[in-house]
Design a protein around this ligand. Structure first.
Ligand code: NAD
Length: 481
């Protein structure tokens, strides 16, 4: 049982403005595993006031970038010292299988921290260039101001670090509103940031619901919003930011495709596919849940995918042997189960899985890992993000048809091409309108920009490009002659 009684406001632990506490229930055991305060708009007001003051008057935005880098190094050190505990905490709270918490939640957060420390050390915060008229110009990358951040429950530390760290390196002050589903994981992160000893007002962390998030988005004291979450919320947030011309970046959902070309080594493809398509029990924005297979090898691919899915152990997320855990909540379980019903109603062929609980489990928010074959890309199960372990195997006629189907989506975030000719795979990848792709695997690379085309959002995270959302450019032209 982990109990938090305070929120992290303006760089200190502080009692919440209202007596609102939530019980955190394990998605596996359905037992209470912790309690935490739920933030309110009043808490956001306090946090924004502190962040505003720290930005307008504090040392943080104007200090030597090397000092901010040193503070981020302290955060990384404190985070790395608690990796094992944090992995277990995330698995307990939101049900990610332990292997994924270790690799894709906490491990990825640690690697992303290392990557940002590297970019931060080399970043050209200020440079001089020769202007058009021959004079010198000082080009500065200045902090964007007070940054409001809103994050989802599925990868709570990773989606936080991808925003918080570049913002801190740039000199922004930050008010973070994580999802109310993961207060324990994000308040543990607040402990780590507290340990790193940043100046007063620089970071606040207030887990809370949608209304409090919207209060942050509308807040006149906030200069920039960075959001990761569903496309529906993203549209609403973008329109609110538009009204005030507040800067905004959006990392949203997707429905990505894994294209298996005819020359793919099918055994290798199937071995690596779970990491591309079923990571975090399918609750991943980058999950490639549309599997595109040519009609020539269609039956072979459907059989192989089915055998693979049937072989994935499902159960207690804290048991390292399990590949698939529960859904985060009953609401998510019902949503995924609803799509499994829908797929059957739409006429897709249910090959394995289906409605109801997996064999051997009688409690927890589980769904049965499911494969649909004979899926038409126009079906809703091929167009909408299900966010669970449900795969749609879609036939294509030839390579051009595969590319057309992959691109026939409102989204464009991830994707992969599976082939024995890597360069040809890169050629195919060039034709897919999506922000990241992998050849014969899927990798979210921390040295490279990550983000979405189309309804998957705008702006990029990671790589040196990941610092851009948190800076304003300023050009100072020196006298001619
Ligand atoms: P969600 O949109 O319901 O909630 C995300 C966050 O936004 C939560 O903190 C929530 O409280 C807040 N929120 C919701 N509506 C809001 C509003 N109108 N104003 C302000 N805040 C609001 O999404 P979720 O269910 O928590 O997460 C799953 C979604 O996140 C999926 O669509 C997934 O693809 C997406 N996601 C995207 C990425 C990415 O990098 N592209 C990464 C992880 C998750």
């Amino acid at each position: 049982m982990r109990e938090y009684k305070e929120l992290y406001i303006g760089g200190s632990w502080a009692a919440p403005s209202h007596d609102r506490f939530v019980d955190v229930v394990s998605p596996h055991s359905q037992e209470v595993v912790g309690t935490a305060p739920e933030g309110t708009p009043d808490d956001v007001d306090r946090a924004v006031a502190a962040a505003r003051h720290a930005f307008d008057h504090g040392p943080w935005p104007t200090m030597d970038p090397k000092e901010r880098l040193a503070a981020v190094q302290r955060i990384a050190d404190a985070y790395n010292a608690r990796q094992a505990e944090l992995s277990e905490l995330i698995s307990t709270e939101m049900g990610a299988p332990l292997w994924f918490s270790q690799v894709g939640q906490v491990g990825a957060t640690s690697m992303a921290l290392a990557a940002f420390l590297n970019f931060g050390a080399q970043y050209p915060w200020e440079e001089r260039r020769t202007g058009f008229f021959g004079q010198d110009v000082v080009v500065r990358r200045e902090p964007a101001g007070v940054a409001g951040m809103i994050t989802p429950w599925n990868v709570p530390h990773f989606t936080t670090i991808s925003k918080l760290i570049p913002a801190l390196l740039a000199g922004c002050t930050v008010v973070l509103k994580p999802s109310e589903e993961v207060p324990l994981s994000v308040l543990a992160l607040a402990e780590i940031i507290d340990e790193a000893g940043l100046p007063e007002g620089v970071v606040s962390i207030i887990p809370a619901g949608r209304d409090t998030g919207e209060h942050l988005v509308r807040h006149p004291g906030v200069d920039k919003i960075s959001f990761t979450g569903s496309p529906t919320a993203g549209k609403r947030i973008a329109s609110l930011c538009g009204q005030d011309l507040r800067r905004v970046t959006l990392e949203l959902g997707a429905k990505s495709a894994a294209i298996i070309l005819d020359d793919a080594d099918l055994a290798m493809t199937i071995e690596r596919l779970p990491l591309a398509s079923l990571l975090n029990s399918g609750q991943a924005c980058i999950a490639q849940t549309r599997i595109l297979a040519s009609r020539q090898r269609y039956d072979e691919v459907v059989d192989a995918v089915t055998t693979m899915v049937n072989g994935l152990p499902v159960g207690d997320p804290l048991d390292a042997a399990n590949y698939i855990g529960p859904m985060v909540s009953q609401r998510q379980q019902q949503r995924v189960d609803g799509y499994i019903t829908l797929g059957q109603e739409e006429g897709a062929r249910l090959v394995t899985g289906g409605n109801g609980m997996p064999d051997g489990l009688d409690r927890g928010w589980y769904v049965r890992p499911t494969v649909f074959a004979d899926v038409d890309n126009r079906m809703r199960i091929a167009q909408e993000e299900i966010f669970g372990p449900v795969l749609a195997v879609i036939p294509y006629d030839d390579e051009a048809d595969a590319i057309r189907i992959a691109n026939d989506s409102a989204y464009g975030l991830g994707g992969s091409v599976w082939t024995s000719d890597v360069e040809h795979g890169v050629d195919v990848a060039r034709k897919i309108r999506t922000g990241t792709l992998g050849i014969n695997q899927y990798l979210l690379d921390f040295n490279s920009p990550f983000g979405g085309y189309k309804s998957s959002g705008f702006g990029r995270e990671f790589g040196p490009e990941g610092i851009e959302p948190y800076i304003e450019y300023k050009s100072i032209a020196l006298p001619l002659g």
